[in-house]
Design a protein around this ligand. Structure first.
Ligand code: ADP
Ligand code: ASP
Ligand code: MG
Length: 436
């Protein structure tokens, strides 16, 4: 069995959904994971923001606009009156539910229930379409098997047990349609796997059922060697290793959700990145195979804050690092990059929620400098120490750009460089010109 995930653009209109139907009808048994139609989750986030602010008029205006868009899509998607009517009732049902939140208290619990509506609607619409076309398909409710634990980590044994049981109880379908992104939490409430999390759903399902392959269908022909939003003439890479893909996804290659590579890697399940608009293009294969002697790609992660702690006492002081790290741990704030010298240590974080408290606590150990609006530029490839020359190429490319931190040797696949956000585009382009 394969897992095929289609992102927001791929199911972004009735016409696109019809294209997806032709791709999932391929003679094999497939689990089809769908995102919300493009723009929907952003709109739902905005609606929730209005509801938090108790601005019901603002919320209602957005809700009505979104509802109308969906009525137009269902009119176009179905060809028979029966399904046009079913589609209309489906949209009414979900939007009545969304509107019900304008009349009551609004908390994080209600917000998550609203955010789940995008995937619930797109999958129900798609399942009706397959039914109308006479396909042998069923809807597999993600809320019946996808779960996170009390640390917000996927509960992989629960997912495996319940997903395989659902499939075993319903064995004879060619296509199983399910929602990306949404799940239940440890309390059984509706929750989600964070923005972009449909990729994670696909990977978790792939690992749970030991799929032959996980396919991530999107709007570009695979993993490119640099960020196509900032650099022209990037190109698709035929194959990358799980480790390279994980670094790239974590450090900003938006094509994959940051944590989506790990379940596939642990299950050794190949992941193929494919383009819905160009289904015959080879795309990118992510597998355990590591290509030798090459720089694979560059990515950049935004909204980074660098914190430097300088301390005379660090000199020969064992336990200093532990104290520093404990402060970040106590605020549940992960550290991305670290560099050290005899008199200080610099770290980066991508979550400023507790920045003030962290800085306050760090001041017990030394003087503290903070730089916000930083970017981690990450060069990924076969970067083991024996491969001489690559570091030189990288720094030569960046010779005119002020560098705040450098991290090399943490893994065999990554060199990370911290720069100010204002140099991001220049840095990505310079690296492209020098490395590829
Ligand atoms: P989906 O909605 O299908 O999940 P996303 O928008 O999340 O799609 O991801 C696809 C987008 O990721 C592409 O359109 C592209 O702009 C962006 N992207 C950023 N970095 C890369 C990269 N290195 N390779 C390919 N795409 C990238
Ligand atoms: N619909 C969700 C989002 O926009 C999940 C996803 O598309 O992966 O973030
Ligand atoms: Mg995505």
């Amino acid at each position: 069995m394969n897992v095929l995930k289609f992102g927001g653009t791929s199911v972004g209109s009735a016409a696109r959904m019809k294209e997806v139907a032709t791709l999932v009808r391929n003679g094999q048994q497939n689990i089809v994971v769908l995102s919300a139609m493009s723009g929907t989750t952003n709109s739902l986030v905005e609606i929730a923001n209005y509801l938090y602010k108790k601005n019901n008029d603002g919320a209602n205006e957005l809700i009505n606009g979104l509802e109308q868009k969906y009525y137009n899509e269902v009119k176009e998607l179905y060809s028979t009156d029966t399904y046009k009517q079913k589609g209309k009732e489906l949209i009414e049902y979900h939007f009545d539910y969304i509107k019900s939140f304008t009349k009551d208290m609004f908390t994080a619990f209600e917000e998550k229930a609203i955010l789940a509506q995008g995937e619930l609607i797109s999958t129900a619409m798609f399942q009706y379409y397959l039914e109308e076309q006479g396909e042998n398909s069923m809807l597999l409710p993600a809320l019946d098997f996808m779960r996170i634990d009390k640390h917000n980590e996927p509960d992989t044994s629960y997912i495996k047990e319940n997903c395989t049981k659902l499939l075993k109880d319903n064995p004879d379908y060619a296509i199983y349609v399910t929602q990306g992104y949404i799940c239940r939490n440890a309390f059984g409430e509706v929750d989600n796997l964070q923005r972009g999390g449909s990729d994670y759903t696909a990977s978790l399902i792939g690992a749970a059922i030991t799929a032959n392959e996980i396919q991530i269908w999107t709007d570009i022909d695979g993993m490119h060697n640099n960020d196509p939003r900032y650099v022209d003439n990037t190109h698709s890479i035929a194959s990358v290793s799980f480790d390279e893909a994980a670094e790239l996804a974590y450090f900003g290659a938006k094509i994959l959700h940051p944590t989506s590579v790990l379940p596939a890697k642990l299950g050794n399940i190949p992941v193929r990145l494919l383009n819905t608009m160009e289904p015959d293009a080879p795309g990118t294969l992510i597998s355990s195979k590591q290509e030798k002697d090459r720089i694979t790609a560059v990515a950049a992660k935004d909204d980074i804050t660098a914190i430097k702690i300088k301390s005379g006492r660090m000199l020969l002081a064992h336990g200093f690092m532990r104290k520093v790290f404990e402060i970040f741990e106590s605020y549940k704030t992960p550290i991305d990059m670290i560099t050290t010298s005899e008199v200080g240590v610099s770290v980066t974080i991508d979550n400023n929620k507790h920045l003030e408290d962290i800085v306050d606590d760090l001041k017990k150990f030394g003087t503290v400098d903070v730089d916000t609006n930083q970017v981690i530029v990450c060069v990924v490839g076969d970067l083991i120490a024996d491969n001489v020359g690559y570091a030189n190429k990288i720094f030569n490319a960046l010779k005119d750009i002020p560098i705040r931190m450098i991290s090399y040797g943490g893994s065999n696949f990554n060199v990370s460089i911290l720069i100010d956000e204002k140099y991001k585009k220049e840095a990505l382009n310079a690296l492209s010109n020098n490395l590829f």
